[in-house]
Design a binder for this molecule. Structure first.
Ligand SMILES: [Zn+2]
Length: 391
């Protein structure tokens, strides 16, 4: 296709968005008004049905993947028969708000043009954008690549109880690039890196003894823990993107006993797997080194979550989005890295370039003050369209 033809296609797709503003708003209201708190599987599965219906009516071949430990996952493919490598749209339908939140915080638009309601920003608007992007692609005659879509039902707990991770990895296979319509930032920062996280537990064993009758025999596990906490906290390296936080301490039984046991729970955030492995090595060294004689310590950790490293591939995809933005007069974007996890980490771990936070712009997500800037529902849809059409 010539550049002129591409330009025409983008114009047509943008016009589709302009013509469907009301329909987009109506779907947004419908999705926010259907509560889908992460632990409420029934609610999530209900919104999954609504989304499936919307996608089916957009010419997308969809399938619901049943999940037992979380909300179902919805996947789809649009123009699956095309020859070139597919592009992937990512989203999630669960929110952090439990059933009943809606009554106190219904969907509404305020005088400043901001929308409110549970999940209005994270990320029901993003789902509206993804669905209308697919419809606009259809309307403008786009046919270069198949477009895949995956909408998880249990993203907010990192798919900890389901097999959604494995499913998403499969969907990522062979894709050219992925765009995630997660919460957009007011400063137009697009996320090219997200930290991974892991929780570790250190168990310290001392010798319990009567604090009055037999203190010399005791080996104070809490005291040993105190030395260790200071060493562990020294590993925290904010500038270098490595966060270490001893967040929970449990030890001892009664004041008149030398405590024989103490347990520390540690949260670790890292921007590369290498940093995670290195810091765990250091934590194990701290476990082995004792200050209070005769104490011992062991360390275990849960499965470390995937990290979206700031890769060349992500930066290249970001530059592509910036060029698309320039084409439609969207303005300047910037790269951003954040601490929070998203499914983009899975796409990155699967080895495909990904740009996250392509959704509607807003602030305060995961809180009752969450809001989204209505006008950006349309501008971000156009940005995504231009980015896909020119890919
Ligand atoms: Zn989210």
């Amino acid at each position: 296709m010539t550049e002129e033809m591409i330009r025409k296609q983008i114009e047509k797709a943008s016009a589709y968005i302009d013509e469907n503003r009301e329909a987009m708003m109506a779907l947004w209201e419908k999705l926010v008004s259907c509560e889908s708190g992460n632990p409420d599987k029934e609610d999530v599965d209900r919104i999954c049905e609504i989304l499936k219906d919307e996608l089916d009516r957009s010419g997308v071949k969809t399938a619901t993947v049943q999940m037992e430990g979380g909300g179902n996952l919805l996947k789809g493919e649009f123009h699956g028969e095309r020859g070139e490598t597919p592009v992937l749209l990512i989203g999630h339908m669960d929110t952090v708000f439990p059933h009943g939140t809606l009554a106190k915080n219904p969907f509404r638009i305020d005088a400043e043009g901001n929308a409110h309601g549970p999940g209005v920003l994270d990320m029901k608007a993003g789902l509206v954008i993804a669905i209308f992007v697919l419809r606009a692609l259809d309307a403008c005659g786009y046919g270069k690549r198949p477009v895949r879509i995956v909408i998880a039902g249990d993203e907010e707990n990192g798919h900890r109880k389901s097999t959604a991770r494995e499913e998403i990895f499969k969907i990522c296979e062979g894709c050219e690039a992925a765009f995630n319509f997660e919460t957009g930032f007011p400063d137009d920062g697009l996320v090219v890196g997200r930290k991974g996280s892991c929780q570790a537990v250190m168990k310290i064993k001392g010798v319990a003894a009567h604090a009055g009758n037999d203190p010399q025999r005791g080996r104070n596990a809490i005291l040993e823990a105190a030395y260790k906490i200071i060493e562990i906290q020294k590993l925290h390296d904010f500038e270098n993107g490595l966060y270490v936080n001893v967040g929970v301490i449990n030890g001892g039984t009664v004041p008149n006993a030398v405590p024989g046991e103490c347990e520390l729970k540690i949260d670790i955030r890292y921007d590369s797997m290498k940093k995670f492995e290195d810091v765990m090595e250091r934590i194990r060294e701290i476990a082995e080194k004792q200050t209070v004689p005769d104490t011992t310590a062991t360390v275990t950790h849960m499965r470390p979550s995937e990290v979206m490293e700031v890769s060349e591939a992500n930066l290249k995809l970001f530059e592509h989005v910036q060029r698309a933005a320039d084409m439609i007069g969207y303005g300047k974007l910037k790269t951003k890295t954040v601490g929070g996890w998203s499914d983009s980490c899975l796409a990155a771990a699967a080895g495909i370039p990904v740009v996250c936070a392509m959704g509607v712009k807003g602030a305060n997500n995961h809180s009752p003050e969450e809001y989204a800037i209505v006008e950006t529902l349309f501008s971000r849809a156009k940005l995504a369209l231009a980015s896909i059409i020119t890919l």
